[in-house]
Design a protein around this ligand. Structure first.
Ligand SMILES: [Zn+2]
Length: 272
């Protein structure tokens, strides 16, 4: 049983795009994936980043623009699947990949996990299908063709300050929380490891950096891509409250550079 974070490569992007007031240099960003290993040996990922082949051969997959702003360094060995293998974890044990949203840099790696269902908020899936690859959903056709998409509907009572939720396994270990705004059905995923009594909130791209929701200042790229700026700002308020009310639970936004150090702190422990 374990809860870990891995960082499939380091993204390098113009700072002014991703950080409010970031200036004209380039900056490094994380691309963070969470790994929850259950007591029965099943593994659940939150997001999957790029596939091994996309990391190894970006020129075969991505446009010039995407290669300049979104592609990670590190090659195939930095991919999610390669890092899991290096941790001694068989990729065939991954049963679910919970997508915070379906943009290209979060879900391409699903092809490396043939036994995994891709869990996605139904409104996100519908939006991705209607918008298609030109809006950053470049894997949507492959996802559909795989037959491995499991849509879920968020509902019920508010949970942890978020207006709707879905308990994926019915045991509180994987809670999808309504964080729409960056995209039509983007979610936060609250993971809980009952053995170590440790939790983390994976917040996807609901903010590009923790500064965004803490200071309520929007990055230029976020403003350009957000499905709804009003929803985005509501999500920021909820994240800020969550952080204040749960100081022991890290809020992980996918691309915050500080995750590169957090990932180190979450290095896998020896299996017990
Ligand atoms: Zn992203």
């Amino acid at each position: 049983m374990a809860l870990n974070l891995i960082n499939p490569g380091i993204m390098t992007s113009p700072a002014w795009l991703m950080i409010p007031g970031g200036g004209f240099g380039t900056a490094r960003f994380s691309s963070t994936v969470a790994v929850l290993e259950r007591s029965n040996g099943d593994i659940i990922l939150v997001d999957a980043a790029y596939s091994r082949d996309e990391m190894a051969n970006p020129g075969d997959h991505f446009s010039f623009f995407h290669r300049k702003v979104l592609v990670c360094s590190g090659g195939g060995p930095a991919s999610t699947v390669a890092q899991l293998e290096a941790m001694g974890k068989d990729p065939a044990r991954v049963t679910h990949i919970v997508a915070t949203h379906l943009h290209l840099d979060h879900i391409g790696g699903f092809t490396d996990f043939p036994n995994a269902q891709v869990v996605v908020n139904e409104s996100e899936y519908a939006s991705a299908r209607s918008k298609g690859m030109t809006s950053g959903y470049m894997h949507i056709d492959a996802l559909e063709a795989s037959g491995r998409v499991q849509t879920v509907k968020l509902g019920g009572q508010s949970k942890h300050g978020f207006p709707a939720h879905h308990d994926l396994l019915g045991d509180g270990q994987v809670l999808l929380l309504d964080l729409k705004g960056h995209s039509a059905g983007s979610v936060g995923v609250l993971l809980h490891d009952p053995i170590d009594d440790r939790s983390i909130l994976m917040a996807g791209d609901s903010a590009y950096s923790n500064r965004e929701y803490r200071l309520q200042r929007c990055a230029i790229m976020q403003r350009a891509l957000a499905f709804s700026y009003d929803w985005l700002k509501s999500g920021w308020a909820r994240l800020k409250d969550f952080e204040a009310n749960n100081p022991d639970i890290p809020v992980i936004v996918s691309h915050d550079a500080s995750n590169l150090e957090l990932v180190y702190a979450f290095q896998p422990k020896e299996d017990t």
